[in-house]
Unconditional design. Structure first.
Lengths: 113, 114
């Protein structure tokens, strides 16, 4: 069965610092991978997705993620954190088109000034 | 373009009752997925409907059911409510499915079971 593990339920950074949110997946076949963000009292919004076209994926708001098959990882990064990045971030995986997305348990990002 | 609309936004029920939640997807979207979000379990997939047919189903008991209408609007029903059903229920729509297209989420229906 496919699954995702997000390492660290809570990450704190200073404004301007590097953001690194970790995601590891397990899938018996090459997966589709996603990062979603949830701001307080809102639904989730897609940040970026990997569908095998390129291993380095650029998303919205300056975020990017790199697919590393050898490490079964899809970590999310942003060079310089902004206060507005404070939110909960979810990594998700799907085995193939037409199947459901399975989400990780989320990582809450806090940004301090 | 209107987003995904979920009603009601908040509701309180007692154990043993049943509840129906509604989701209106973005116009033109044929796929509707439902998720349960709790602090302990995170986001758990309930089911996905595509063109009125249930295409995928998560690992929830039969008390949880859903349906989709010809206009793509969807409802989910939970019967014989338990305290553990207290959660935020999120609906998400997409053009062709959660992988082929982006999932657009509603703001959720927050259910409290007393």
């Amino acid at each position: 069965a496919q699954s995702v593990t997000q390492l660290g339920s809570h990450v704190s950074v200073s404004e301007g610092a590097l953001v690194l949110l970790r995601c590891n997946y397990s899938s018996s076949v090459p997966p589709y991978l996603f990062w979603y963000v949830q701001y307080p009292n809102q639904g989730l919004q897609l940040l970026l997705k990997y569908t095998s076209a390129a291993t380095l994926v650029k998303g919205i708001n300056g975020f990017e993620a790199e697919f590393k098959k050898s490490e079964t990882s899809f970590h999310l990064t942003k060079p310089s954190a902004h206060m507005s990045d404070a939110a909960e971030y979810f990594c998700a995986v799907s085995r193939q088109a037409g199947t459901a997305l399975i989400f990780g348990k989320g990582t809450t990002l806090s940004v301090s000034s | 373009k209107a987003g995904v609309t979920q009603t009601p936004r908040y509701l309180i029920k007692t154990r043993g009752q049943q509840v129906t939640l509604s989701c209106s997807p973005i116009s033109g979207h044929r796929s509707v997925s439902w998720y349960q979000q709790t602090p302990g379990q995170g986001l758990q997939f309930l089911f996905e409907y595509f063109s009125e047919t249930q295409r995928n189903k998560g690992n929830f008991p039969g008390r949880f059911s859903g349906r989709q209408f010809s206009n793509s609007r969807s409802e989910m029903n939970v019967s014989t409510l338990e305290l553990g059903d207290s959660a935020l229920y999120l609906c998400a729509s997409s053009l062709a499915g959660p992988v082929a297209g982006e999932l657009f989420f509603g703001e959720g229906s927050r259910l409290t079971v007393l």
